[in-house]
Design a protein around this ligand. Structure first.
Ligand SMILES: NC(=O)c1ccc[n+]([C@@H]2O[C@H](COP(=O)([O-])OP(=O)(O)OC[C@H]3O[C@@H](n4cnc5c(N)ncnc54)[C@H](O)[C@@H]3O)[C@@H](O)[C@H]2O)c1
Length: 268
């Protein structure tokens, strides 16, 4: 049997039931990890049916302090340690600032920032105690650049970059790494979620393709591969970074005609 890059690592995932989280759970299991996936949704059926002893799921609300703390303590009690934490819970809000209600602001920050704070705070003492661990949080290309359409979501994703950088600086000497993965437009339920029809999705996708230098949206597994890299020992000296997985979207501006909706794809 070949050794996986996460062989026997104890991994905790928040938001692992679908989308980028589920793709990452799959990759991690394939790399030999023991995964504890928590989500407010029921676990993905096909993985659960596979009956892997390495795949453990819990239904919880990751904004709830008590539930998060109990879950983490249960994993430590069962396995004695946590090697990797993946904070992936998030919701999108595509609204101009002046139209955003206080309730919407609080909800976005609860789902996107509070969850990562709670997960990280629960796991850190155990990682400090063992002098090792890798924490990965899902930010966004909107975590490192301003965007006009989703200012509050964008601010929440910037906050996650700040959180991971600060944890990295504070705890690097204790062997702890904290990084973000910054996806661009990825074809998931979140991307399709708020759209009412397949036609609407196609028009949104078309706009996202036009604003992405790679001229396509990404797949969840492409993000998962980057998370596995940050989780495993191959990245042992990579700490406090934000790794874009965005087809160069955050790398800079394109020629203006490339943003046009009827742009012609060049020879590549
Ligand atoms: N899809 C994209 O284009 C894209 C781009 C950049 C960043 N992201 C980020 O990637 C992450 C995953 O997004 P996705 O596209 O896979 O979306 P998704 O909605 O498919 O996944 C989010 C997961 O979080 C879970 N979740 C939501 N609220 C929860 C709660 N209170 N407690 C526990 N779990 C909860 C959901 O059930 C779901 O499984 C998010 O943080 C998102 O902001 C996505």
């Amino acid at each position: 049997m070949t050794m996986g890059r996460l062989q026997d690592k104890i991994v905790v995932v928040f938001g692992g039931a679908r989308g980028i989280g589920l793709a990452t759970v799959r990759e991690m299991l394939a790399e030999g990890a023991v995964v504890y996936s928590a989500d407010v949704r029921e676990p993905a059926e096909e993985l659960a049916l596979a009956g892997s002893a390495h795949y453990n799921t819990v239904v919880l609300d990751a904004t709830d302090e008590e539930q998060v703390n109990r879950f983490v303590e249960d994993v430590v009690d069962a396995r004695g340690r946590i090697d990797v934490l993946f904070n992936n819970v998030g919701i999108h809000l595509g609204k101009p600032l002046a139209e955003t209600t206080l309730e919407e602001f609080d909800e976005v920050f609860a789902l996107n920032v509070r969850t990562a704070f709670l997960g990280t705070r629960a796991v850190l003492p155990h990682m400090i105690g063992r002098r090792g661990g890798s924490i990965i949080t899902t930010s966004s290309n909107g975590g490192v650049m301003g965007r006009p359409g989703d200012p509050v979501y964008n601010a929440s994703k910037h906050a996650l970059v700040g959180l991971m950088r600060s944890v990295a600086v504070a705890h690097a000497q204790q062997g702890i790494r904290a990084n973000t993965v910054n996806p661009g437009a990825i074809d998931t339920d979140m991307l399709r979620g708020t759209l009412s029809s397949p036609e609407e999705f196609e028009s949104r996708r078309h706009r996202l393709v036009a604003s992405t230098p790679a001229a396509r949206v990404g797949e969840a597994w492409e993000v998962a591969k980057a998370v596995v890299f940050l989780a495993c020992d191959e990245s042992r000296f990579v700490n406090g970074v934000s790794l874009p997985v965005d087809g160069a979207k955050s790398a800079g501006a394109m020629p203006s005609e490339r943003y046009s909706l009827d742009f012609e794809l060049g020879p590549g």
